[in-house]
Design a protein around this ligand. Sequence first.
Ligand SMILES: C[S@@+](CC[C@H](N)C(=O)[O-])C[C@H]1O[C@@H](n2cnc3c(N)ncnc32)[C@H](O)[C@@H]1O
Length: 364
Amino acid sequence: MPAKQMESGFLTDPIENLLGVHRDLIAQALLRLRRDLADGTFLRQQLYTLDDSRFAGNTHHYWIRLGLDSASQTWLQDLESRKLPDRLVQWLKSQLNRKILLRLPQEYSTLVKVPFSVEIDSVADERDERIAWAIKHRLPATTPYSIFHSEINRLLKYIGHEIQPPNESEFDSLFAHYGNNAIAKSRNRFPEVWDELRGHYILDSRGSLFAKSLVTELKDRKLLLSSSKFVDIGSGIGTNVFAVNHYSKAHATGIEKHPGIMRMSHVLKRRLLRVRRLDATRLDFVLGDAFDSRAANLGQYDVFYVYSPIGKWVIDIDMIVDRAKVGSVMVLNRLPIRNRDMIEPLNNVAGLYAFRKVREKAGD
Ligand SMILES: C[S@@+](CC[C@H](N)C(=O)[O-])C[C@H]1O[C@@H](n2cnc3c(N)ncnc32)[C@H](O)[C@@H]1O
């Protein structure tokens, strides 16, 4: 093993000798790059420099299209600034070009919409703010960041340097990429998650960025304390469950009835545990029908989350209100119908309906 060989001093390859001598400087450069690749602003300034953005037919909508400059070497300029021997820099560059540059998508495109309620004079500022946000947060989520992260960790291991856990923005990008992968794989493997009648996926998710903002809003409203129990009814691959576990101190449970999709959430769980950013003691996944009392007791939770598009596996919100305890809060994409007297509305959370159960059914 190269790292061991370096320790024992029996090195014949001059590159490995150089790697050993300059280990700390190389590790600093690699860790910095691992961080930078999780940051959309860095990607925009160093790699996605070809800009073909334009108005999308009116003053308030804007198409963003950024092309990858495949010849760019500026993203590696930090390596050069560290005064490492030329030969070593060339070797590292060729490794990184092969492992990272060649795997980046050729372009990033999105549509930025400024609400029509924004006055024409303020549109440019509002638009620029939204574009900067999209680039910073959404651009890294479109790259295979988890591959970059593990390739860089592999290089760190190769030179015999300690591997540090991901920082917050690295975690965000890992989470986004793992999540995108798990959704794509589930849709491929389990064709039944496509609702032919309605023409949409039963397995749908608002993604990791939404999950983070959901947790932030629930925390701001003091709904995710260390004593709180959160549950996602129909948790899919577990995006919101992981987000609650990671971004708050609350306990998080996911209940999912599809065994294959549940398996995907376990794969994702193992991956996130491996990067040491989840607390397994506050995390549960339950396989089964959320309304089957042998599988789940819905009376124990403080916060419910449901995202259920209308279709063949639609989740009945009234059945949740029936089973929830008085005082629990529900954040949903649809409203209950029968049980409207048992709930009171709260301010929206992350753009979704929110309400609290205030009483049991009359006569109960
Ligand atoms: C649209 S997905 C939402 C996934 C996840 N909540 C999210 O927002 O990322 C809905 C999920 O609910 C699951 N589901 C539907 N009815 C269910 C039930 N009665 N019990 C448990 N899971 C259910 C489906 O299998 C599907 O994976």
